[in-house]
Design a protein around this ligand. Sequence first.
Ligand code: ATP
Length: 218
Amino acid sequence: MSLKLKAPIGIYGGTFDPVHYGHLRPNLELCEIFALDHVRFIPAFQPPHRDEPQTSAEQRCEMVAQAIQVEPRFVLDDREIKRGGPSYTVETLKSLRQDYPDNPLCLLMGMDAFSGIDRWYHWQELLNYAHIIVSQRPETDFHASEQWPTAIQTLYQEHKRARQTISDSLCGTIRLEAVTQLSISATDIRNRLKNKQSIRFLMPEPVINLIKYYNLYT
Ligand code: ATP
């Protein structure tokens, strides 16, 4: 008997320090390509593989909330902040699987994140809970899979499947998808603010207003 699954849900983790259009537009396109029910934006409390964020978890949440308010398919999920401690994605996926037992879960990420996934905590378990959809990022070569670490090349070869497997199964597929390329990064935005340059048109206006209000990244 075939299992009737509900619509897939996108899971999008990040530091969002601050959130920008490079986080927003690619996910909207993935939402449409895979008919995702919605995308859950999950700010990391304590990102395990990078420096501490420059702003508080609450401020990063507030910026995400402002950024996504116009798009009903985007939802803020603060479970990593409530959980505290290092924000391990595998733990987040376990709790999402409990909340959504019948929806395929799709972990959405840029190529830069995927090419280092073999350093994530318990990374071999991720595909037991979710699919992984990798979007192209301008500064990383989409087709340079031979430059990935061997473990990631193997993972990709074993799990790459046709698009429709995303809605037909709960987890276990890896897809690479080309989306509109926006060469925007939070690092560049923070540097511009430090140098008193404009950040207009790199992120939604309400996020810029919050940055000004809290006087962030100066
Ligand atoms: P930083 O510059 O501080 O490292 P960032 O802009 O890369 O930040 P993160 O919050 O660290 O943003 O990234 C979260 C996710 O967003 C990652 O999966 C990353 O690949 C993806 N991402 C970030 N910027 C872009 C972009 N311009 N286009 C596509 N994906 C992006």
